[in-house]
Design a protein around this ligand. Structure first.
Ligand SMILES: CC(C)(COP(=O)(O)OP(=O)(O)OC[C@H]1O[C@@H](n2cnc3c(N)ncnc32)[C@H](O)[C@@H]1O)[C@@H](O)C(=O)NCCC(=O)NCCS
Ligand SMILES: Nc1ncnc2c1ncn2[C@@H]1O[C@H](COP(=O)(O)OP(=O)(O)OP(=O)(O)O)[C@@H](O)[C@H]1O
Length: 201
């Protein structure tokens, strides 16, 4: 099984590109989505124990959590030490299920792939990227987003240029969805050809 690690900085188009892999029949595990699901389940109790003020109606309120982190960025570390092991367990479960099924290619969408050393757990790294100006425009268009929140998140991410330099493939998401789809198809063709030749390692 070839495990593709899909990553990219905030707003670069990970979720959209994950969707393009899914469209081609590739199973995708989305770490941001896993986090959001954990905030309605398994992560509630351990987060409540440390940040009781971010729990609203029995779930983790991401807006409140963001406010807490903006006031006290040191809390990122405490939060990540709770969340990341749970995310990792979901990822391992996803890989085991698809391996058992004999799935040839899967995608792990991991926003913090380089930051958390997840590079070592994947066979190929795909980085999504676009011009910084386009990235900022996309992110600032989101409800509740502020320049401060964006800069705080960017300060915790490996710069885009470094990501691109460390990638096996770079997908440019600045030229529209059809161009991105073509790039996804080309990558899959190349990987399928490698699998057929038995030289994907
Ligand atoms: C900070 C939180 C509350 C913001 O929630 P919100 O719904 O506004 O944004 P969302 O989750 O969609 O994330 C927005 C962008 O920020 C990035 N991001 C999220 N957490 C982090 C982090 N700890 N470090 C760097 N980037 C991060 C995401 O990958 C994404 O690109 C939320 O992202 C969170 O709880 N993060 C901590 C868990 C974590 O580390 N997740 C990263 C993937 S495992
Ligand atoms: N190939 C593309 N062509 C045109 N627009 C795109 C493309 N990819 C992404 N976008 C747009 O960019 C914005 C951000 O995309 P997306 O939500 O996929 O990014 P992300 O990397 O998952 O973001 P985050 O890391 O913040 O969760 C969306 O509005 C999306 O429609």
């Amino acid at each position: 099984m070839i495990v593709i690690g899909l990553t990219g900085s905030i707003g670069m188009g990970k979720s959209t590109t994950s969707g393009l892999f899914a469209e081609q029949g590739i199973p995708v595990n989305d770490a941001d989505q896993v986090v959001h699901d954990l905030y309605r389940g398994q992560a509630v109790a351990p987060i409540q124990a440390v940040f009781p003020e971010v729990i609203v109606k029995g779930v983790v309120d991401r807006q409140r959590l963001s406010e807490n982190l903006a006031k006290n960025p040191a809390n990122f570390k405490r939060l990540e030490s709770i969340v990341h092991p749970l995310v990792r367990a979901c990822e391992a479960d996803f890989l085991a299920r698809h391996h058992k099924r004999g799935e040839p290619i899967v995608v792990l969408d991991i926003p913090l792939l380089f930051e958390t050393g997840a590079e070592a757990r994947v066979d190929k790294v795909v980085v999504v990227s676009c011009a910084e100006q386009v990235q900022r425009q996309r992110v600032m268009a989101r409800p509740g987003m502020t320049k401060e929140k964006l800069d705080l998140i960017l300060s915790r991410q490996v710069p885009d240029a470094d990501k691109r330099a460390r990638a096996d493939y770079v997908i440019d998401t600045g030229q529209g969805i059809d161009m991105a789809r073509e790039q996804v198809k080309t990558i899959l063709e190349e990987l399928r050809a490698k699998l057929a030749r038995g030289d994907h390692a």
